[in-house]
Design a protein around this ligand. Sequence first.
Ligand code: RIB
Ligand code: CA
Length: 314
Amino acid sequence: MTKKIILDCDPGHDDAVAIMLAAASNNIEILGITCVGGNSTLENTQLNALKICTLINRTDIKIYAGSNKPINYDLVTAAHVHGKSGLDTDGDPIIVDSSYKIQEENAVDFIINECHKYIDPIYLCPTGPLTNIALSLQKDPSIKEKIKEIVFMGGAALCIGNITPSAEFNIYVDPHAANIVLKSGIPITMMGLDVTHKVNVNDEIIKNIKKNNNKSSKFFAELMNFYSRFHRQLYEIDESPLHDPCVIAYLIDETIFKGKLVNVQVEENSELTRGKTVVDWLGVTNRQPNCKVITEANANKFFDLLSNELSKLT
Ligand code: RIB
Ligand code: CA
């Protein structure tokens, strides 16, 4: 059965690949894309979403603007990873037709209205800071009954952080939003750095996907060539973790992944550990399990899926 999803994102090179994967899959219906400040300002992330959907000839996908900052903190962006625009590449600029605009309705109201629109509950797939999701839950808690699962990219259960030694970027940016989502009682699956660092892009993978010889696969290569620069320097290895597409790949074929239902809470205020996902992996507290934390992936199956799906796009 096709899964109806809202993809909430901060494009962002890896968000762009998640959008392409979702758009390509016959198992997924994108109800809309909602944007949030994160990798870059909201102004940039929403424009980047328009560019990505233009590139893949999917201007039927409606895009909504959400929050330009976290609930309590000031916005922290990741220009060091994604460039000034949030989607820097060495390729040709993508020109968005003037008729393809951000929707009037704001992202929070869109999320709430979509949750109430369908008899069957829908999937929320955040791949940026969780601000929009948290604000939707705060504005209308009754949507909890209308959400089948929240599958998000963020956190780090058993590994180090990537924006601080203890925190992953999305959760670091808005830890308050993360706790609102984690305390919601909704079925939640966390694609943290533990698993995303097991699906690493390298030159061979980029070259093989480019052999699809279609616009979208070539765009994937352009994105990854830029995105790889930061990761090669930071991790001193010729590969880069492909974070956000894990969310979509999980919805398409969850057998690619393995995880465990545990309790996850987030540090909100500590100067030293703000944004740390405190994961009770061994069950040493009496905290109720609230999140399936994914830690393993079959990388070959993941990249075979990604390449096959991208080959279906323009
Ligand atoms: O830490 C990686 C996450 O932060 C990814 O979602 C990336 O796009 C950024 O949003
Ligand atoms: Ca992202």
